[in-house]
Design a binder for this molecule. Structure first.
Ligand SMILES: *[C@@H]1O[C@H](CO)[C@@H](O)[C@H](O)[C@H]1NC(C)=O
Ligand SMILES: *[C@@H]1O[C@H](CO)[C@@H](O)[C@H](O)[C@H]1NC(C)=O
Ligand SMILES: *[C@@H]1O[C@H](CO)[C@@H](O)[C@H](O)[C@H]1NC(C)=O
Ligand SMILES: *[C@@H]1O[C@H](CO)[C@@H](O)[C@H](O)[C@H]1NC(C)=O
Ligand SMILES: *[C@@H]1O[C@H](CO)[C@@H](O)[C@H](O)[C@H]1NC(C)=O
Ligand SMILES: *[C@@H]1O[C@H](CO)[C@@H](O)[C@H](O)[C@H]1NC(C)=O
Length: 291
């Protein structure tokens, strides 16, 4: 139970995916945007996810991918690894119906949609192994089969459709288009006044480094995917840095964000997954005003 509780804290505090591949539109009903992930992102096979404007039958497929998590083996102190599923999409302008197919020989006995405080009811068809639910607004939810928090679980993240997409030609914008990106040094260094934008469907495998930077932002619907140098984001001697809406998948050292000698760090709607030791997500040292 303790492990389960810790995992949820991590999942909520941290965090994804998405390229404008599919846009469904109809009168007075929700518009849905889902993204095609680059092939370098490991797909999930446990769940099939599709979304339609509420009451409509034009479904948009939402790809799933896996994140790695581990739990402590309390007998040995070692790790037991799991690969829960993650899916993300955007919608605005109305409610959406989500249909999830559990692609497993395990029978669905019960389904939990967390957090319970959202009051989202799932309708389960045990014979067809499907789960249906409706979202009235974008939410970060966890859909569990048979109370499993580790493997048979779908982390379903939805966002508003973006309205303030920066221009790729703006010199103050570090723009990552849909697709897979790395850098020769393993770092992407950000300077004052810059906006780092990860489009939906972008998966960027670098550590974003803010050193001596002020007034910089990192946002979008993309993934920071398995950075290999120094975690997801490093903020050193910097001020007024905002991180929002991104999904972080398995930073190499377990840290989504490491901040030192910084002030005015704002973290909003970041979802992240980590595994291994020190996988607790975020660390600040000598840093003021982190929120
Ligand atoms: C949408 O279009 C259909 C067909 O024209 C119409 O019946 C319906 O009232 C319209 N509005 C909504 C909210 O569905
Ligand atoms: C469902 O499982 C089967 C067998 O493991 C696999 O071939 C298929 O691709 C899976 N479906 C999805 C959507 O991953
Ligand atoms: C946990 O560790 C014990 C002792 O080493 C081992 O026997 C057991 O198989 C481990 N459990 C899992 C699920 O790995
Ligand atoms: C980029 O940032 C990293 C980490 O702060 C640093 O080691 C590296 O020297 C920087 N590279 C450039 C070109 O500034
Ligand atoms: C912060 O950066 C933005 C984008 O480059 C710029 O428009 C704005 O003037 C900067 N604000 C300050 C206080 O420097
Ligand atoms: C940051 O500022 C310090 C002090 O001015 C300087 O020594 C260092 O080289 C700067 N680092 C970068 C990456 O600009």
């Amino acid at each position: 139970m303790l492990q389960a509780a810790l995992f949820y804290l991590s999942a909520l505090f941290y965090a994804g995916s998405a390229a404008a591949a599919a846009v469904a539109k109809s009168n007075e009903s929700a518009t849905i945007v889902a993204y095609t992930l680059p092939t370098e992102v490991t797909r999930g096979s446990t769940f099939d996810v599709k979304v339609a404007a509420a009451g409509r039958d034009h479904y948009t497929n939402v790809e799933t991918f896996i994140a790695n998590v581990d739990k402590v083996n309390t007998s040995s102190g070692g790790s037991i690894y799991y690969t829960p599923s993650v899916a993300t999409f955007d919608f605005s302008g109305g409610s959406v119906d989500v249909t999830i197919t559990f692609n497993s020989s395990t029978r669905i006995d019960s389904v939990q949609v967390r957090p319970y405080s959202y009051g989202i009811e799932a309708t389960v068809n045990k014979k067809a192994s499907t789960i249906k639910l409706t979202l009235d607004e974008p939410r970060n939810i966890v859909v569990q089969v048979n109370e499993d928090v580790w493997q048979n679980v779908l982390h379903l993240f939805s966002n508003d459709i973006e309205t303030d997409v920066p221009s790729p030609d703006d010199p103050d914008v570090l723009y990552f288009a849909p697709g897979y990106h790395t850098s020769s040094t393993g770092f992407s260094n950000v300077t004052s006044g810059q906006t780092v934008y990860l489009a939906g469907g972008a998966a960027v495998s670098t550590t974003f480094s803010f050193v001596n930077a002020t007034n910089a932002t990192m946002r979008g619907r993309g993934l920071v995917y398995k950075p290999t140098k120094a975690g997801g984001v490093l903020i050193v001697s910097s001020e007024d840095i905002t991180l929002q809406d991104l999904i972080f998948v398995n930073p190499n050292n377990g840290y989504t964000l490491t901040a030192g000698m910084a002030s005015g760090v704002t973290v909003r709607n970041i979802r992240t997954f980590s595994d291994g030791s020190w996988g607790d997500g975020s660390a600040s040292a000598g840093t003021l005003s982190v929120r």
